[in-house]
Structure formats: structure tokens, C-alpha cells
Design a protein around this ligand. Structure first.
Ligand code: PMV
Length: 355
């Protein structure tokens, strides 16, 4: 019987505190600014991918949640698979000719998200990170998560940050070939285990403007983006790393909320403007602002930080001890949730993962 070459890996979702928005190279997916995220963990929020290589397979094939998807020639999926095969050849087969020539076999890949589509979360970050991780295991690649992040990045930019748990930076880099545009660990989850994330699903509608076309339009038309990438993000990247290393939640919260606000301002500064948040998103912002204001007025610190990606759903970061109170607050402020929201107003609470 011929040997079976198969491996399974999973990767979690990440949510940025300093947002990536804008590409300087659309093919290699090189960003116009560095970004920083927190990798979430919860049983609901992971993609799990199995890859199998076999000499009898005629072509690379992919199934997402059980349904076969086309792998387009020259597309992002095909680029990631090609790059992983190239690494296998370079790092394993060329160095040790006795190793099986897996790089010349086609692969079959099957991936499942264990979070419901109703979670309204982009699955591309966990999906491409899990794909690259499963191929790395299949190919027995002796490389670091940062090296793998170079490849996941070419599937979906934010995916490069899901190769690490905890607090992760995507360094924008400066090389034209993208060789230094990769993810690095700022701090592991164990450094600051107290931080939790609460995901408030305001709507699971498919977003009106995809991140790919939205970014392109912003890069082409927004003067505010130029200010953001040149004069705001570089300092924020330093400040938020310092805040994380010092476990300083006040600074972390202020920077996270300011950066979410500026990202949505940049979307609005795009022509034609892009609106990702809706009235409910904005009400949640007001609620968190008031919650923090009352705490600060009483001599306390920040209690929570909101952030929004390219959609209306809120992610609220807070020390674990505040999460119950925040859930109670949100539920009491939105009592007609069943009528006013399309589905339910889902709340997921997630730990930061150690991968
Ligand atoms: O990687 P993409 O193309 O899904 O873009 C992600 C963009 C944001 O989620 C809005 C910000 C970020 O840094 O994750």
C-alpha cells in the first residue's frame, strides 16, 4: 500500500486594533501601513483545514464547508498553494533527495469554519492561515510562523497575523518583493491573559463593499489616508506595543478606539464614500463611550474598547472582569433585539488564544 500524505491544522480569527487598510502592491498584497491585532480563540472561531497530497490526484482541488470551490489560475488560493510547494522543494526535497517529491503531487484541500456564517466575521484570515499551516505540516517544513505569514499574506492580508496567537504585528516592510512584509509576535497571550473580546453581531448581511475594492478606492481617492499612513499609524504602532508590553489597558483602549474611528473616517473620505457601520454600531459606540466616561469621572480607568472592521459588527475588548457587566449593558440597551436585528443579536465572548 502506498503511504498516505495528509495533515490537518487549524487557525483562529484575529481582530485588528491598528487597522490595515490600503495596498501598495495588490498582487503581492503589500500594505500601505503596518497593523496590529489580537488573535481570538473560542470553540466557535477557528478554521480547520486538511490537506492531502497524492500522485494519483490530477489537479489541486478545494472544498469549503463541504462545497467544492474553483481554484482560479493565478488567483490567491493558487498562489498560496504554489508558494507552499516551492518551499517544500527548496527547504526539504532539494536538501534531502531521499524525501518524497510531494511538491510535484497535486493536493486536495478541505476546510471548515466552525463559526456560524451568522457570526458575520470574515473567515479569510483564519481560512488562509489554516490552509498554509496544514500544508506546512503536510510538507514537514522547518520554517517559522513568520515565514509562513509571508505566504498567508498573499491569500488575504490580515491572514498573516493569524499565524501567531496573542498580540501580533504585521510589519509593512519596504522590500518590493514583499520579503519583509510579515507577522511578528508582540506578546504571547500568556503575557496579558486578562483581555477578552466580546463580539456583537449587529448584522450578518454580506458587506456592501469588499475590503479589496474598498481599499483600492480609498488608496485612489482619500487624502486622509495619506495623512493616516504617514503621520498617524507609525507612532500608534509603537504606542500600542508599549501599552501591550506594560499591560496598560487605558492606553490600549484609547489607541484601539481612535484607530477604529480613523479607519471608518478614511472609508467615509473615499469617493464615493463607504459606510461600514450602521445606526446600531454607532449606538454601541455611544454606550461604550458613556461606560468609560462614568468610570473615568469616578476616578477609575477605561473599562472597554470598541473596534469595527469593514462591517457593522462590534468587537469589544475588555478585561475579563468587565465582560459580564458589558453583556448586561448591551442586552438592556437593546431590549427589542429580536425585532430590530435581522437575526439575533449574538454575543460571543472569546479568550485571546495562545495558538
Ligand atoms: O485581509 P482583508 O483583505 O480581509 O482586510 C482586512 C481589513 C480590516 O479587517 C478592515 C482591517 C484589518 O487589519 O484586519
Amino acid at each position: 500500500m502506498s503511504p498516505i500524505y495528509q495533515a490537518t491544522a487549524s487557525a483562529p480569527v484575529n481582530i485588528a486594533c491598528i487597522k490595515y487598510w490600503g495596498k501598495r502592491d495588490t498582487k503581492l498584497i503589500l500594505p500601505t501601513n503596518s497593523s496590529l491585532s489580537v488573535t481570538l480563540d473560542q470553540d466557535h472561531l477557528r478554521s480547520t483545514t486538511t490537506s492531502r497530497a497524492d500522485p494519483s490526484f490530477e489537479k489541486d482541488r478545494l472544498w469549503l464547508n463541504g462545497k467544492e470551490e474553483e481554484i482560479k489560475d493565478g488567483g490567491r488560493m493558487s498562489t498560496c498553494i504554489k508558494e507552499m510547494k516551492r518551499l517544500r522543494k527548496q527547504e526539504v526535497e532539494d536538501k534531502n533527495p531521499a524525501e518524497p517529491k510531494l511538491s510535484s503531487f497535486s493536493v486536495h484541500i478541505s476546510s471548515f469554519n466552525n463559526f456560524p456564517t451568522a457570526a458575520g466575521l470574515a473567515s479569510s484570515a483564519s481560512g488562509f492561515a489554516a490552509l498554509v499551516s496544514s500544508l506546512a505540516q503536510l510538507y514537514q517544513l522547518p520554517v517559522s510562523p513568520s515565514t509562513l505569514s509571508l505566504i498567508a499574506r498573499q491569500g488575504s492580508g490580515s491572514a498573516c497575523r493569524s499565524l501567531y496567537g496573542g498580540f501580533v504585528a504585521w510589519e509593512m516592510g519596504s522590500a518590493v518583493d514583499g520579503s519583509d512584509s510579515l507577522a511578528i509576535e508582540v506578546a504571547p497571550q500568556s503575557h496579558w491573559p486578562d483581555i477578552h473580546a466580546l463580539i456583537c453581531v449587529v448584522s450578518d448581511d454580506k458587506k456592501g463593499t469588499s475590503s479589496t475594492s474598498g481599499m483600492q478606492r480609498t488608496v485612489e481617492t482619500s487624502p486622509l489616508l495619506q495623512h493616516r499612513i504617514n503621520h498617524v499609524v507609525p507612532q500608534r504602532m509603537k504606542d500600542i506595543s508599549t501599552a501591550i508590553l506594560a499591560r496598560d489597558f487605558d492606553s490600549f483602549a484609547r489607541l484601539t478606539m481612535a484607530d477604529s474611528n480613523q479607519f471608518h473616517a478614511v472609508a467615509l473620505d473615499t469617493e464615493p464614500p463607504i459606510f461600514y457601520m450602521n445606526d446600531v454600531s454607532r449606538s454601541i459606540i455611544s454606550l461604550i463611550v458613556e461606560y468609560n466616561r462614568l468610570s473615568l469621572a469616578a476616578g477609575g480607568g477605561y473599562k472597554a474598547a470598541y473596534t469595527y472592521d469593514a462591517g457593522p459588527n462590534a468587537v469589544i475588548y475588555a478585561p475579563k472582569e468587565n465582560i459580564k457587566e458589558i453583556i448586561q449593558l448591551i442586552v438592556s440597551y437593546f431590549p427589542q433585539q429580536k425585532d430590530s436585528f435581522k437575526d439575533n443579536f449574538n454575543l460571543f465572548s472569546a479568550d485571546v488564544t495562545s495558538q
